[in-house]
Structure formats: C-alpha cells, structure tokens
Design a protein around this ligand. Structure first.
Ligand SMILES: [Zn+2]
Length: 275
C-alpha cells in the first residue's frame, strides 16, 4: 500500500491542457507572471510538463500564440498548442502556424466548436485539419459544456467528432473534456475510431466535491470497461479553471493498474504530442 502511494507521488505527470488567459486566479497578472504562476503550480504538484493552449480569441486577457511562445522560451517543461477559430483568425494565422509547426514549436492545434458556432467538420476548419495531418500533430477539439452562456452546445457535442475522424483517417484527434456531460457518446466515438483520443480536463470549476468526484470516477470506469485499455486517455486539468491538486487527488481514486496509470498520466501524451 505504502509503495503504491509512493509510486503515484513519484510518477511522471504531463498535464496536456492548461491555459494562461487572465481569468480565475490569474486575473490582473502580466503574461510573464501568469506563466510563473503556472510553473509554480507545476512544481508544487510535481507536474513534469504542461501544454498551454492559446485561446480562440486574442485580446488583453487572451494572448496570441506568438506572445505565448515568446514568453515560454526559457521554460523547457512548458509546450504550446495553438488555438484557431474561424471567426477570429485569418489566413495569416494559418501561415504563421505552419511556420511554427515546421520548426517544431507547436505541439498541436485546437479548435473551439460551441464557443464559436460551427461544427468541427465545418469546411472553415479544413486548412487546420490539413496542417495537423501534414505535420502529424494532434487536433484538439473542444467538446461539451461551454464556460460561457453564449456558447451553443449542439456544435460542441462529441458525436460531431465522428465525422471528422472518419473523413480524415490520418488525422489524430483529441476530444477535450470527455464530451462532458455526454460521456457515453464520447466513449463510442473513441471506441469506434482508432484515431481519436480524449483528455479528462475541465470537468470541474476549482475543486471536486466528494459527490461529484465519485460520480466522475463511475463515468470513467464505465468508459474504460467499454473502450478498453486507456491508450486513448490523456491527463489534463484545464488549470487555472480546475485545481491541479484536486485533479491529482481525483485521478488517484481511479482503479487503474500501474501500466494503465502510466498511459493516462504521461505515456499517451508523450507519444501523441511527441514530447
Ligand atoms: Zn481548456
């Protein structure tokens, strides 16, 4: 027992889904301070690597991918995925992302259906899908509940990802947030499509309550029973929206053997993002 607790504590951890937008605990901090705050949270929680995902829009609170890349230059343990939206990004961004992908500076791209009112299979995302395929990096797709009431959730239903997966067999896709609350639909899309993965980030604002934690452990257990060995499941938190500490506590409750735990906590991310 002591040994298994120790191995959990000393295990490699990759958090594949964090943000440094000026919200939650990061309000009123400069970009540099926000990244320091991320780095501190990683140290405190023994997180080895994290992937910052840039937003679907750019403004004072939400820095561009270029600014984030500049700001993380000195951090070996922090990588970047670029957000893209049909509404707020134009052709110039696609060109810029391509240049970053060529030199390995971006580990993937992310689209935000629901936050913007397009399905993930909308032709407007075609160039982003093609870039991911060309450079063999994953396309992250927001699914499930939106953090804002202006989101339209039919666009964010995980079932929509099936179309993208079938029509782009060489594309690797990450369903973000397990399709929350449509876990069942998400698990079928994962089970059916070998090119689809899912991250478990953003399932809570702040800390889990005991009740909600139990509920989610049940959902993920169902998921594993249905879809099998978790070669498709990635650890991520959505920090600072969700607490890193509370997330580690949550995953410690999952009934996984060492091999399955390693897949979830870092091996799948390492392989998929080529870290
Ligand atoms: Zn997120």
């Amino acid at each position: 027992m002591v040994e298994s607790i120790l191995s959990k504590l000393t295990q490699t951890i990759i958090d594949c889904h964090v943000h440094i937008n000026a919200y939650e605990s990061l309000t009123n901090l400069s970009l540099k301070e926000r990244i320091e705050s991320l780095n501190n949270a990683m140290q405190v929680n023994n997180v080895d690597q994290a992937i910052i995902i840039s937003s679907y829009k750019i403004n004072e609170e939400r820095p561009s991918t270029k600014h984030i890349l500049e700001a993380v230059e000195k951090y070996e343990n922090i990588k970047v995925v670029a957000g893209y939206s049909i509404t707020n990004h134009n052709e110039a961004f696609i060109k810029e992302y391509k240049e970053y992908l060529k030199i390995g500076k971006l580990k993937g791209l992310k689209i935000y259906p629901g936050y913007e009112h397009y399905y993930p299979y909308d032709p407007g995302y075609k160039k982003i899908i093609d870039l991911c395929t060309e450079f063999d990096v994953p396309l992250m797709i927001h699914t499930g509940d939106t953090y804002t009431p202006t989101g339209k959730i039919r666009f964010a239903h995980p079932m929509n990802v099936d179309d993208v997966a079938v029509d782009n067999p060489d594309l690797k896709i990450i369903i973000c947030h397990l399709g929350n609350p449509w876990f069942l639909d998400c698990q079928e899309v994962i089970y059916k499509n070998k090119n689809v993965y899912a991250d478990i980030s953003g399932l809570v604002l702040g800390d889990f309550t005991e009740f909600y934690e139990k509920y989610l452990v049940g959902k993920i257990t169902d998921f594993l029973n249905y879809a099998g060995e978790p070669k498709y499941l990635l650890y991520g938190t959505d920090w600072p929206i969700s607490s890193m500490k509370s997330y580690l506590n949550f995953v410690s409750k999952l009934d996984l053997n060492d091999q399955e735990r390693n897949l979830l906590m870092y091996e799948n991310s390492k392989r998929l993002f080529r870290l």
